[in-house]
Design a binder for this molecule. Structure first.
Ligand code: 5GP
Ligand code: MG
Length: 174
């Protein structure tokens, strides 16, 4: 594995993001919706640096990559019901890749008429966008490589790592 972001770099950057979010939502209260499971470290590290009144919910989203002829499909599940009506909502996800996950969640949440809806991602993979939507807050732009760690998994592994690393193709084999 090749480390591309250290624990210290991630911590510094999340502090900057939190400052920006605190300023943007000053005087308001916030509903943070974490996209499980990849968001775990980012959600926790960001939350503890927010100083606006914050409510936390989580959602489970899985995307099934379609073939060349069928579109990708997004499955959204909630652990419990929550109401976003009139709330300032901040979606928190690990990585913006094609953007289809955040697009799908945004479309779904828009139906609940939130007061505002924004998205924060730790990583923004470049060159893969399939949607017009862009994340409102991002930690780092990264090249088009498969990364693990800091919440991101390969086959259920590596989520616990406190840093982000590229998993080379030969490391993804059986
Ligand atoms: P999307 O393409 O919808 O923007 O991203 C969908 C999901 O794919 C992300 O939330 C993440 O779970 C997964 N994903 C995208 N790129 C990577 C990557 O480089 N590594 C890992 N572990 N997951 C990724
Ligand atoms: Mg995800």
């Amino acid at each position: 594995m090749r480390r591309i972001l250290t624990e210290a770099e991630i911590e510094t950057r999340i502090s900057e993001l939190a400052q920006q979010i605190n300023a943007d939502y000053a005087g308001k209260s916030l509903t943070v919706v974490g996209v499980m499971v990849g968001c775990i470290h980012f959600l926790s590290d960001l939350l503890r640096r927010l100083n606006v009144p914050t409510r936390v919910e989580v959602i489970f989203a899985s995307s099934y990559r379609g073939s060349a002829t069928s579109p990708d499909r997004l499955e959204i599940r909630t652990a419990r019901e929550f109401d976003l009506h009139d709330q300032h909502v901040l979606l928190v996800d690990d990585i913006f890749d094609t953007g289809q996950t955040l697009q799908g969640l945004s479309d779904s949440f828009a139906g609940q008429s939130p007061a505002s809806l924004r998205a924060a991602v730790l990583l923004w993979k470049q060159g893969r966008e399939k949607v017009a939507l862009q994340p409102d807050y991002h930690g780092f732009k990264i090249p088009n490589e498969f990364v693990v760690g800091y919440g991101l998994d390969f086959d259920g592994r590596y989520r616990e790592l406190p840093y982000v690393a590229v998993l080379e193709a030969h490391e993804q084999g059986a």
